[in-house]
Design a protein around this ligand. Structure first.
Ligand SMILES: *[C@@H]1O[C@H](CO)[C@@H](O)[C@H](O)[C@H]1NC(C)=O
Ligand SMILES: *[C@@H]1O[C@H](CO)[C@@H](O)[C@H](O)[C@H]1NC(C)=O
Ligand SMILES: *[C@@H]1O[C@H](CO)[C@@H](O)[C@H](O)[C@H]1NC(C)=O
Length: 250
């Protein structure tokens, strides 16, 4: 009897563990304050409660069709109408917040490629963006705009060391063709996303493939409890884990 009960419990536990993770897709930009705040919020408010049932997937904004006029490497430059005449040199590709943002995106994308476990790359991004506790979404994190710049390199390497990342590997990717190819892959993904975004605002968040939109204009409100409750609700609705995490009962 005891044995039977014990094995039932074990079965229940492994069934819960086997539930597929709920994909949470977020499209961000390195220098976008709302994006940096969102990543911080996810690391501090969502991961501790629902980390076991989600898989966070991050894409950098590089949509050629988006209204951000952003840095799809294949466009060879800022996407405006009419297209400016720019020599075929992908280093001239610009992002919404300037060319430096493309560099910062490549860096973060390369970290994500080599350290794909979402908690690892997220911890590194939160570390390099600086402490955004108590700041508004629109103010963002104190160091987000420094990412990828020379003056911030030591901090980035220190954050990498803290995570046990090999900086040599990250640098080779970031400064080479691989970083550009990864950004192109993100551009292709972003172009496949139905919603027109961009000037409508980032981050764009999908849970289990469905758009989560909390505010009418954009999702730049992740530091509010109301936003967090909506995100938690969407994740809890999408999971097949049984039992659901305690946070789902709130
Ligand atoms: C880091 O990566 C480089 C190049 O891939 C390699 O040569 C080096 O041994 C690695 N360092 C450590 C500490 O693993
Ligand atoms: C942010 O969320 C709060 C709480 O849910 C809400 O009252 C507020 O109107 C939202 N702000 C924006 C700009 O959407
Ligand atoms: C989750 O499901 C409940 C019950 O159907 C619903 O009221 C709620 O709006 C859903 N949450 C989201 C974010 O869609």
């Amino acid at each position: 009897m005891r044995l039977a009960q014990a094995s039932l419990l074990i079965c229940a536990a492994s069934a819960a563990a086997a539930a597929p993770l709920v994909p949470v897709d977020v499209i961000v930009e390195s220098f976008c304050p709302c994006s940096a705040t969102w990543e911080y919020m996810f690391a501090t408010e969502i991961a501790p409660k629902l980390g076991a049932i989600v898989e966070l997937r991050r894409w950098f904004d590089a949509s050629a069709q988006g209204s951000q006029h952003c840095c799809d490497p294949s466009t060879k430059g800022r996407k405006t109408t009419p297209l400016p005449i720019i020599p075929k040199n992908s280093s001239l590709v610009t992002c919404f917040h300037t060319k430096e943002e493309c560099v910062a995106n490549r860096l973060q994308r390369c970290v994500q490629e080599y350290y794909p476990a979402w908690r690892d790359w997220l911890a590194w991004s939160v570390c390099v963006n600086g402490d955004c506790a108590g700041r508004s979404d629109a103010a963002g994190c104190p160091d987000q705009n420094k990412v990828g710049s020379k003056k911030h390199a030591a901090a980035e390497e220190a954050c990498a060391a803290k995570q046990g990342f090999n900086w040599t590997t990250v640098e080779a990717c970031w400064n080479g063709d691989e970083g550009v190819a990864l950004m192109q892959a993100d551009a292709d993904h972003d172009n496949s996303v139905d919603e027109v975004y961009g000037m409508q605002g980032l981050p764009v968040v999908h849970v289990g493939g469905s758009r989560v939109s909390v505010s009418k204009f954009w999702d730049c409100n992740s530091s509010s409890k109301g936003y967090q409750a909506q995100l938690i609700s969407a994740i809890c609705n999408a999971t097949t884990a049984a039992p659901k995490p305690a946070a789902c009962a709130q």
